[in-house]
Design a binder for this molecule. Sequence first.
Ligand SMILES: Cc1cc2nc3c(=O)[nH]c(=O)nc-3n(C[C@H](O)[C@H](O)[C@H](O)COP(=O)(O)OP(=O)(O)OC[C@H]3O[C@@H](n4cnc5c(N)ncnc54)[C@H](O)[C@@H]3O)c2cc1C
Ligand code: FES
Length: 287
Amino acid sequence: MPEIVRREEVASRTILLEIAAPEVARKAQAGQFVVVIPDERGERIPLTLADWDPEAGTITIVFLVVGTSTQKLAWLATGDSVAHLAGPLGRPTEVENFGTVAVVGGGVGLAAVFPIARALKDAGNRVITVMGARCRELIFWEDRLCRVSDELIITTDDGSYGRKGVVTQPLQELLQAGQRLDRVIAVGPTVMMRFVAKTTQPFGVKTIVSLNPLMLDATGMCGVCRVRVGELTKFACVDGPDFDAHKVDWELLKARQRSYCDEEKCSLERLEHLAPKNPGEGGHARA
Ligand SMILES: Cc1cc2nc3c(=O)[nH]c(=O)nc-3n(C[C@H](O)[C@H](O)[C@H](O)COP(=O)(O)OP(=O)(O)OC[C@H]3O[C@@H](n4cnc5c(N)ncnc54)[C@H](O)[C@@H]3O)c2cc1C
Ligand code: FES
């Protein structure tokens, strides 16, 4: 079973796990994801590859604790193992020398944009990174993103760090000031990606978003992750997760993401009774 070699809380309720997975580390490309099952009775969680080291044979995931499965994963410690791990899955982000690219990351999406920004920089692009979160406590990996960006802009909704406001504001200002952007790539909450799409559309800038619909098998068989893109129905796990932001049916995506809200709430309430005394210090949750 894949062993956790490092666990770190990188921001509030945001956990980094470095996991031994040599085969995945060897093949990983920016924009791809893995499916992790925390314990033998757990469900599959799709999580974007935030980093990987082919020599050490490890991969890094960073996730926000939002419900039962991410909570179970967060309770694991260095030296524990996850029950199953599969990947790399999904199509890699398209990386070429486009010219100037704005990479926009929001919340836990900051981890997912890091390998994308790095790959774009390595391909010769000028990379402008806009990173944002609700508040200072949720900002992480500024140092890493700084290393792979020509320009770095930070926003927080409450103004506790960087500029006060949301990520679309500096993006809009850049475009209005006549900054040429050959591509925009955004990863973050669905509402953020939707507004990035709205911001760039009038300027005709090709914009790619990494969608996160609910997923079940992540192999293209079950249809749970279906999204509407233009006239087509696509499966995010095998056709994505990257799609043209200006063609995504955002209303449908939002509605489908809410499909199991009541069940997810019940499940989390049941799990809370089983919380370990010292989360992250070893031992699996029994649920
Ligand atoms: C391709 C892909 C890559 C992802 N990468 C990451 C990542 O790198 N880091 C990370 O923190 N999360 C990522 N996610 C989202 C992550 O998979 C979900 O947060 C996780 O499955 C929730 O499981 P849970 O049982 O803890 O919560 P649940 O009990 O299933 O849900 C708790 C709450 O979160 C909402 N939620 C659940 N799943 C999603 C989702 N897919 N998108 C938006 N809201 C959701 C629910 O509506 C509910 O309100 C990714 C999702 C996909 C599809
Ligand atoms: S998750 Fe089943 S088809 Fe994509």
